[in-house]
Write a protein that binds this ligand. Structure first.
Ligand SMILES: Nc1ncnc2c1ncn2[C@@H]1O[C@H](COP(=O)(O)OP(=O)(O)O)[C@@H](O)[C@H]1O
Ligand SMILES: [Mg+2]
Length: 482
């Protein structure tokens, strides 16, 4: 885990450095090109100015170029000195009248070439090689003493190449250093960004069955990592809830089993010590057997539920007369309802058939009825209804008992869940788990409405048996299948 996070950090940093390096390189080259055009433009402007100034100082008299400057003017003298490094004056025949040494060095045009420049007339810029350097020449025609002459002045272009190159040299010397710095910075930043992930990993590692309460502190940055933390914490919430349920369940089961076991032990001990007649022994055994029954019921229920939930319980798929099932069970429960001072009403549409497992239908209705009677105080009323609604059979069991608190409603179908404060002797919290599983296994739907103090209504919808079958033929079909 740590290793993976580290390599993620490395990858992040490297891609950061690469992208940054690429950007800097592109910027460097763009800058260099721009610099070059700017300097080139400057040189061209300067040459242009030089030419204008030179033209102002120049006069030709009897085939002789004469520079007219005021010797007392420092500026003019210096300017002329610089100007005369690259200067050439020719007449219309291509005859050179004056040529500086610098000009000579970068190559002299033939008379024909000069004449061509002359004919061209308009100002011309020409670049010439001078050793490693280059010179920008400006040719132009001017008039003196009524005749036309050709004047060329030049400037070295040292900076046009040199400056950008020097810039590039410096730039690419500094670049690796910059990238190194970027790497260090990126490494630091990636580390910081990944810190919550590391914390998450550490927290996950610390968590065990006994520390399920651990949560990772949220950073309230509202970013992806916060989402991850929230999701993680929610998962922990669910895990610890499940864990808590299982823990409660073990306690419940032990408790539930201990009561009848203590009973059996007591009855057998008493019989051993005090029983005289066969009748006494028989009574003790009968009592003990009742408790054994209770134990085996619990064990069977647990076993079945776990089989059901892991899909090991095979369900039958036969037509079941729901009306009949409910009717029989209502009759069975009538006695105990009366005993507990409850009215039990039923309103049953005749012969409502579904497809499924009759034993499980029995179990479903039994659980709902038992709950309704169990959680409705004396004087209350329980209404059972079977009807058809479109393509569904509807079974509803409504009571006006104590109701289920709103916060408990989402949990009542959980395995082993009981509303807090419920008498632990009254159940294991498994009944509705069965109900929920049976409804699901029959592709049905279930709905609970409950109001504390007013009562509870469970409504089950199951798809009607659509395969054409009279009761007789479906029984035969069921028999054949068995
Ligand atoms: N008709 C009802 N009225 C009020 N509370 C109910 C009703 N049916 C179920 N409950 C609540 O839901 C819990 C879960 O029901 P169930 O799974 O059948 O477990 P058990 O009946 O063993 O307690 C019950 O403990 C009870 O608190
Ligand atoms: Mg129950």
């Amino acid at each position: 885990m740590t290793h993976r996070v580290k390599s993620l950090r490395f990858r992040l940093t490297i891609s950061y450095v690469l992208i940054f390096g690429l950007f800097l390189t592109v910027i460097g080259f763009t800058f260099r090109a721009r610099l070059k055009t700017i300097i080139q433009d400057r040189v061209e402007e300067a040459v242009e100015e030089d030419w204008g100034a030179a033209r102002g100082f120049l006069r030709v008299e009897r085939e002789q170029a004469i520079w007219q400057v005021d010797p007392r003017e420092m500026d003019q003298t210096l300017f002329l000195e610089r100007l005369r490094r690259f200067v050439m004056v020719a007449d219309s025949q291509g005859e050179v009248l004056e040529m500086s040494n610098g000009y000579r060095l970068q190559g002299v045009e033939t008379a024909a070439e000069l004449r061509a420049h002359f004919k061209e007339g308009s100002p011309r810029l020409v670049v010439k090689e001078l050793g490693k350097d280059r010179v920008l020449l400006r040719f132009g025609v001017f008039r003196s003493e009524g005749k036309l002459y050709l004047l060329a002045v030049g400037r070295r272009m040292t900076n046009v190449q040199g400056l950008p190159n020097a810039f590039m040299r410096d730039y690419f010397t500094v670049l690796p250093l910059l990238l190194l710095l970027t790497f260090v910075l990126g490494w630091f930043m990636a580390g910081r960004a990944l810190m919550p992930v590391n914390r998450l990993a550490e927290a996950a590692q610390r968590i065990s069955g006994s520390s399920l309460h651990l949560r990772i502190p949220q950073r309230y940055a509202n970013d992806e990592l916060d989402q991850l933390i929230v999701a993680f914490n929610k998962m922990m919430e669910r895990l610890s809830e499940n864990f808590e349920q299982i823990r409660r369940f073990s306690t419940d089961v032990s408790h539930e089993l201990r009561t009848p076991l203590t009973g059996i032990r007591g009855q057998l001990e008493v019989a051993l010590l005090t029983a005289r007649t066969e009748e006494d022994f028989r009574e003790a055994i009968v009592n003990a057997l009742e408790d054994v029954d209770r134990i085996s019921n619990i064990v069977r229920a647990l076993l079945m539920l776990s089989q059901a939930e892991t899909g090991q319980l095979a369900l039958k798929h036969e037509p079941v007369n729901v009306t009949e099932v409910v009717e029989e069970l209502v009759e069975q429960f009538r006695a105990s309802a009366k005993e507990e001072g409850l009215r039990l009403n039923s309103e049953l549409a005749p012969d409502v058939y579904i497809r499924g497992d009759r034993t499980q239908m029995d179990r479903l209705v039994t659980n709902l009825l038992a709950n309704a009677l169990k959680y409705t105080p004396r004087g209350g009323q329980v209404d059972v209804e079977v009807r058809m609604d479109g393509a569904n059979a509807v079974i509803s069991v409504a009571d006006n008992g104590k109701g289920i608190p709103r916060e408990s409603l989402p949990h009542i179908f959980d395995r082993f869940y009981r509303v807090p404060g419920e008498d632990p002797d009254k159940g294991l919290g498994l009944g509705l788990s069965f109900v929920s599983w049976i409804v699901k296994a029959h592709q049905g739907q279930m709905d609970v409405k409950s109001e504390v103090g007013l009562g509870t209504t469970f409504t089950i919808q199951l798809p009607l048996n659509t395969e054409d079958s009279t009761p007789e033929s479906s029984i035969r079909l069921a028999e054949v299948r068995q």
